[in-house]
Write a protein that binds this ligand. Structure first.
Ligand SMILES: Cc1cc2nc3c(=O)[nH]c(=O)nc-3n(C[C@H](O)[C@H](O)[C@H](O)COP(=O)(O)OP(=O)(O)OC[C@H]3O[C@@H](n4cnc5c(N)ncnc54)[C@H](O)[C@@H]3O)c2cc1C
Length: 313
């Protein structure tokens, strides 16, 4: 099913010299995504320091290799044919979270692989007002920033600074992206390395209570027992994608092992060994139904990456 690797034997040697056993070849990506779907990466590298990331980015630039940065894989549909080139995942120093009080602000400094659930919990304990909007969103700080993740409020609202690294400029440097509904003006070819968020400081007990209430609401309204990637489509202006999908009669529709959730119509769950092609077919079917019924063209919220084309048998 998957296509031949783009890496030469000498590329593998360079990557091994750089990252030791933290680089793996032909690594299946399904276990690195919340949907549990995705073919192999030619190379999958756990990058633990700023210097390692800079070196890995210089390498892909020199070799003109395609690359992709994976966060926690909670908003991603990776093709059954996998991803050619190098897939980075940040770890080590990138997982750090530091919270400090500054006058009447709670300031959170986080590496890009910091877990958002851990970050939100620490921020809430310090009384960060507004953190409830990010409660229960899985994934990493880098992924949240790329997606401008949120609910009634979004992470971009709280950003003080963002540092990135890129193949053309591998040393960490600050950027000032703009934030829109589930996307940003961050350049495609940058890796978010770290971010600083600032929240007004309020009463920690009240902030924690609000957060707990939001987590309970999620548990009751989202199909969290089955692998999923959250909402598949963005909400169109003035409406909810889930409402339109439900009204189009799509709840419970199936393609292969993928199913439109009966609990939340904007979620597709991996009920039974779904492949990327099942999810892609279901997304297309749902989109068609909503256009036919309501004339609304839903836009994807989940990112698609890798090879979706079927290889000839
Ligand atoms: C149960 C569930 C509930 C969810 N609820 C919400 C919600 O309420 N609100 C919401 O907004 N989202 C929600 N999501 C979606 C998802 O959790 C968010 O979009 C999250 O921010 C994605 O982060 P990630 O680390 O998993 O990114 P990934 O899925 O790994 O990647 C997403 C995109 O970000 C890019 N990326 C990742 N890391 C970096 C980096 N360091 N630098 C540059 N680019 C990077 C990737 O290349 C990819 O294009 C939900 C998902 C699930 C499974």
């Amino acid at each position: 099913m998957s296509e031949p690797s783009l890496l030469l034997a000498r590329d593998q040697t360079v990557l091994r010299d750089l990252l030791g056993d933290r680089v793996r070849f032909d690594e299946p990506l399904a276990s690195h995504t919340s949907w549990r779907i995705g073919g192999p990466a030619d190379a999958f590298a756990d990058v633990a320091t700023t210097d390692e990331l800079a070196a890995a980015l210089r390498f892909v630039f020199r070799r003109r290799l395609p690359w992709f940065v994976l966060g926690s894989g909670s908003n991603l549909l990776i093709g059954d044919g996998g991803i050619r080139g190098l897939v980075f995942r940040l770890s080590g120093e990138f997982a750090r979270i530091e919270v400090e009080l500054e006058d009447d602000l709670v300031v959170v400094r986080a590496g890009a692989s910091a877990s958002m659930p851990a970050l939100t919990a620490q921020a809430a304990s310090n009384g960060a007002v507004g953190i409830g909007s990010l409660a229960g969103i899985p994934g990493s700080a880098g992924g949240a920033l790329r997606m401008n993740a949120g609910t009634d409020r979004e992470i971009g609202e709280f950003v003080r600074d963002v540092w990135v690294q890129a193949p053309t400029k591998p040393e960490p440097h600050p950027v000032t992206p703009q934030y829109f509904y589930r996307h940003t003006t961050l350049a495609r070819d940058v890796v978010v390395a770290r971010v600083t968020l600032a929240f007004p400081k309020g009463d920690a007990r009240r902030v924690r209570e609000e957060m707990r209430a939001r987590l309970v609401r999620r548990k009751n309204t989202q199909p969290l027992q089955l692998p999923n990637a959250g909402s598949c489509f963005r909400n169109p202006p003035g409406d909810k994608a889930g409402r339109l999908i439900e009204a189009a009669g799509a709840k419970g529709w199936r393609e292969g092992g993928a199913e439109v959730s009966a609990l939340h119509a904007n979620f597709i769950v991996n009920r039974d060994g779904a492949r990327a092609r099942d999810v892609a077919a279901l997304l297309a079917r749902v989109r068609r139904a909503v256009v036919e019924r309501f004339g609304v063209e839903l836009e994807l919220e989940v990112h698609m990456a890798g090879v979706f084309r079927e290889s000839p048998a």
